[in-house]
Design a protein around this ligand. Structure first.
Ligand code: CP3
Length: 355
């Protein structure tokens, strides 16, 4: 299998030369797009949308039809994995994700097992193959998973949280139980991502949304160590092509060198760190992905263009090693037309920087 016609994204991650800086947007298929809202309405709810390979494929392609993006990302959610472990995921309208059976009892934790990705998450693998067929080798497809710690936050809290008192309570009273959850979850994520790779994902990303809420020592022990174990267990090649892996810890800027050291190809950055400084700190070790504040998209097209250039200029000269992205997911309130200014500026300005 050859590389996609537009393989700029893969080349930037592997630090091979590119003619311009490639980009995609976290949550690029989402509620800011009216066509997404229409498909979601047809599906009935968000989970049905994730569980229907045909509709997941349809929404994956929607942002690519509108904007000149350099990668597609599988439409799914990180919480499908704990759902497949039997926790009973549901989305209460307007309230975000919840689990029917939060994981807090010792007996339940001891009974936790890694789901078989083909048997219990077959709908995700079907979506990956269907999206690859539909993309017809135009741009690469990114597969993804949550980090064990981020998944455990939702599993133990039973929903989103502002203080994480249940999971941190467990961390500081029964660390053995939390380690057990993280260990089973790390095994689950490893086989889930490898199944996505076998089904056609051409790069993978691990989303660690909540690792940045930990102390430095706890981050190492409860989040980074498990991501390192996953990265070590990932398939590095498929059909002769390297499969790059991106690790993103939101609010992880303080620990950048340590993240860059776990064997991943690229590190995702949120907007709180200057990307030029990040580059100086990691040197040649990894590529960087990021990192404009998604709220810049509420500005005027002129200011969006200026802020986009600031990120590209700060990354600095050189013709590879940067994938432009937002520092976190795009807001559902983003005016879709504002995204055009960002996409066009990334491509045009990064070409100028290479002259
Ligand atoms: O980037 C993409 O386009 C791929 C799709 C994707 C979704 N979720 C779709 C989604 C990805 C990569 C995710 C990851 C995800 N899901 C994370 C990690 C990244 C991050 O944003 O921090 C987390 C923490 C989740 C869990 C989750 N799923 C939450 C907290 C929510 C509710 C948030 C909200 O905006 O309401 C979801 C739902 C969700 N996942 C939506 C989408 C498009 C909105 C659902 C809807 O249509 O109602």
């Amino acid at each position: 299998m050859s590389r996609p016609k537009n393989d700029t994204f893969l080349r930037a991650l592997l630090k091979e030369p590119t003619e311009y800086t490639p980009l995609w947007l976290m949550r690029q298929a989402g509620r800011y797009l009216p066509e997404y809202c229409e498909t979601r309405k047809r599906a009935g709810n968000f989970l049905n949308l994730c569980k229907s390979p045909a509709m997941a494929c349809e929404v994956t392609l929607q942002p690519l039809a509108r904007y000149d993006l350099d990668a597609a990302i599988l439409f799914s959610d990180i919480l499908t994995v704990p759902d497949a472990m039997g926790l009973g995921l549901y989305f209460a309208e307007g309230e975000g994700p919840k689990f029917e059976r939060p994981l807090r009892e010792e007996w339940a934790i001891n009974n936790l097992t890694a789901p078989d990705p083909y048997e219990h998450l077959g709908y995700v693998m079907d979506a990956v193959s269907e999206i690859r067929r539909a993309l017809d080798n135009s741009v690469p497809l990114i597969g993804f998973s949550g980090s064990p710690y981020t998944l455990a936050c939702y599993m133990v809290e039973g929903q989103g949280s502002s203080d994480f008192r249940h999971i941190k309570g467990m961390m500081y009273s029964r660390p053995d139980l939390l380690h057990k959850i993280l260990s089973v979850t790390a095994d689950s994520v490893t086989s889930y991502l490898n199944a996505q790779i076998d089904s056609g994902a051409q790069a993978v990303m691990i989303f660690d949304t909540w690792g940045g809420s930990l102390s430095a020592a706890a981050y190492q022990e409860f989040s980074l160590a498990y991501m390192q174990r996953i990265v070590a267990g990932l398939k590095k090649d498929k059909d002769g092509q390297r499969i790059p892996c991106i690790v993103f810890t939101k609010n992880g800027g303080l620990w950048l060198e340590k993240i860059a050291d776990i064997g991943c190809d690229a590190v995702g950055l949120d907007w709180t760190i200057d990307i030029g400084e990040a580059r100086r700190r990691v040197g040649d070790k990894v590529a960087l992905q990021g990192n404009i504040d998604p709220n810049v998209l509420f500005g005027t097209p002129e200011i969006i263009a200026a802020e986009t250039k600031k990120v590209l200029d700060s990354f600095g000269p050189g013709n590879t090693g940067h994938v432009f992205n937002l520092g976190h997911g795009i807001s559902q309130y983003t005016p879709p037309e504002n995204v055009t200014a960002l996409v066009e500026t990334v491509h045009a300005h990064s070409r100028l920087l290479r002259k």
